[in-house]
Design a protein around this ligand. Sequence first.
Ligand SMILES: [Ca+2]
Ligand SMILES: [Ca+2]
Length: 141
Amino acid sequence: MVEGGSVGAAVFLPDALGRDLEVLIHSADLGLGLPESVLIPAGEGMAAFNISAVDDSILAPGRTAKITATAEGHTPADQLLDIIDNDDPGLVVEVMPSVFSEGAGGLAARGRVTRTHVTDRYLTVQLRVSDTTEARCCRRS
Ligand SMILES: [Ca+2]
Ligand SMILES: [Ca+2]
């Protein structure tokens, strides 16, 4: 599941009971949205619920969360869920002005590269012009 998304989940009983059964749902992963409990009604063998993952803006590796279902008189059950980060770093390239004369000279425009996630690590960015017969880059300023 990608953060910001949700998935359907369910708890099952091997055999339906003659009474309602409250099943507690728990995960130590605080980035998940879970119901505290679900109810398997008498005569039924399952209860469905949704799991959502908080969409933060923090770049992080993917993680695996454990979800545990417990109910009185029953053996607890665990399920692992992989959560994929959606905050991949990106780059933005701007050229100002975006239109200029071919006679404007060697400093016709200024460029700026920014990254969407600032970290304490340096980042080397390679710049390339697709048509070097029309424009060239790059002189640092
Ligand atoms: Ca995000
Ligand atoms: Ca994230």
